[in-house]
Each structure stands twice: as structure tokens, then as C-alpha cells.
Ligand binder design. Structure first.
Ligand SMILES: [Zn+2]
Length: 124
């Protein structure tokens, strides 16, 4: 059986078995690597991800500013409350999107089932 032609990070050969038509295993195939990094960068560009990154940046900036005395602790506490609200809204938005996606999938399944039931009635 053929083995993957790639080397592992430590310099030893990859031990994964590949099909005769393939030179590299899934992990080392550059075509898959491109697809994976495309998928990863697409996820990084997504709106919820960007908003989460912005919020995280805002929190660590606030931390630094309160710690250094640039922002009064009292103001820092209020800003933290606002940040918490923003985080809750983000979470709410995510849940809502998830629910909508599930509803859509269930609807599609129900339609497929109804069509299936209809055709079997005609066959009986
Ligand atoms: Zn490999």
C-alpha cells in the first residue's frame, strides 16, 4: 500500500496510507489545505466573528484603561455594563439565527416527508 509522500513537522515521513492514485494524505494534500484555509478565512470574515473580535478588543482596551487610571473605575463599571449588554445582544442574535436555520431545515424535511407520503398513497 502507498504511503503519504509528505514529511511531518519533525522531519519524519507521514505514515498515513493513501490510495494508489494519490500522492498525499488528506492532511497533506495542498488542494485540501487551500480549501481548509479558504473555509477558515471565510469564518474569520463572518459578521458575528468580526463583531465578537471587536467586542473582545473593546474589553481588553477598557481593562488597560481602567488599570492605568485613564478611565475612572466608576465609568469603567458603566462601560462594562454596556459591553455586557452588547455581548448579550450578540448571543441573542446568534440564537435567533440558529433557530431560523433550524426552522428552515425542519420545513424542508416536512415538505420532503409530505411529498413522500403523497406518492406512497398513490402507489398503494
Ligand atoms: Zn500525510
Amino acid at each position: 500500500m502507498a504511503r503519504c509522500a509528505a514529511l511531518k513537522p519533525d522531519g519524519t515521513p507521514c505514515a498515513r496510507i493513501v490510495e494508489a492514485s494519490q500522492e498525499y494524505c488528506y492532511a497533506h494534500d495542498t488542494r485540501h489545505q487551500e480549501a481548509r484555509s479558504r473555509a477558515a478565512s471565510k469564518a474569520a470574515r463572518s459578521k458575528p466573528r468580526r463583531e465578537l473580535q471587536a467586542l473582545r478588543k473593546q474589553v481588553s482596551k477598557l481593562y488597560d484603561e481602567v488599570y492605568s487610571g485613564e478611565v475612572e473605575p466608576k465609568a469603567g463599571a458603566v462601560l462594562t455594563q454596556i459591553t455586557n449588554t452588547q455581548a448579550r445582544l450578540l448571543e441573542l442574535e446568534r440564537k435567533l439565527k440558529e433557530t431560523e436555520e433550524l426552522e428552515e431545515r425542519i420545513e424542508t424535511l416536512e415538505q420532503a416527508q409530505q411529498q413522500g407520503a403523497g406518492s406512497s398513497r398513490w402507489q398503494a
